[in-house]
Design a protein around this ligand. Sequence first.
Ligand SMILES: *Cc1c(COP(=O)(O)O)cnc(C)c1O
Length: 393
Amino acid sequence: MNGNERRRAGRHFLQIPGPSPVPEAILRAMDMPVIDHRGPQFQKLGLRVLAKLRGIFKTEGHVFIYPTSGTGAWEAALANLFSPGDQILMFETGHFAVLWKKMADRLRLDVALLDSDWRGGVDAARVETRLREDSARRIKAVCVVHNETSTGVTSRIDEARKAIDAAGHPALLLVDTVSGLACADYRHDEWGVDVSVSGSQKGLMLPPGLGFNAVSDKALSYARKADTIKAFWSWEEMIPHNARGFFPSTPATNLLYGLDAAIDLLNEEGLDHVFARHLRHAEATRHAVAAWGFETVCRDPRLHSPVLTGVMMPEGHDADLFRQLALERFDISLGMGLGRLAGKAFRIGHLGDINDLTLLGALAGVEMALNLAGTPLQAGGVAAAMQYLAASS
Ligand SMILES: *Cc1c(COP(=O)(O)O)cnc(C)c1O
């Protein structure tokens, strides 16, 4: 069977941890003529979206929107605040933390990295110790990934903040919540985050193309004083335009229509319900994984991600061959193992516009493909997930 040539009936199962499936209501909301981005119709959209987005980050402060991916939003955060030679502290939770670090290296920042085995979250005690050692107060910021998409570990951002405060250190807190936002509980203001970095194609259920920076007043005034080189990414440039609902250059107009609709969908369901739904689907997935006799990548029971589950393949079995088989036979895309987990793990995305039966369909695809790939596994993973879902609501 060649799935690439013949039309495949039914819906493709996009079960990677972003991009996530885009709901019809969002697709329809974006199916609009492109309007004048300096005109009154756009102004209403701009003002509305900029205001509503604050509720998603749980901030009263500025949220900047760029036509970019999450990577661009990473760069925006670093470019506004730091110059070559500035020291920042990063925590290596996994592949995305490493990519952010590589970007900081390329921007010639001086990165102090706390490493890890990629099977847990940010260790707040180590952050605190490292900050206490920095008696000269050279470290300008602590950068952490909220939901590490390569492993399926969600770190405690409140604990990272407490570590900085406990050390009595003035460092800013920068958080990548590209895949965490709108899936996992997130509180920019309450947790004392200075910059939250995110993107459109994960919890917000939009196509790729928008990047976000939520910025505290402390970070804004820090950026004003810091003599950094930034142009396109400049927060300061954006502020007067945003105040009137506009942007300095052409925004991604139709994605903003989509964002408007996405936030409405999230609010109609209720953010707390959205978070609970993700937690429940993650738990159902772990029931399946345990029944198969597999291990999750995440070893810390407090930190299992509601967004995705990283699954270790049994020794000697190639995760990518299994994923390829799943795609060919069952039209399901699963996440690959990234970086040091390449070939050794796969990832099941359960984020965004997903319900119980979508999840069960995905898990059925995984179980059948594991069997077809000759992976040693115990039967009954899907049944275990069904049982859990039926018994919980
Ligand atoms: C997806 C993702 C990114 C990168 O975003 P792009 O849109 O691919 O540039 C960064 N960090 C995390 C945690 C992600 O999940």
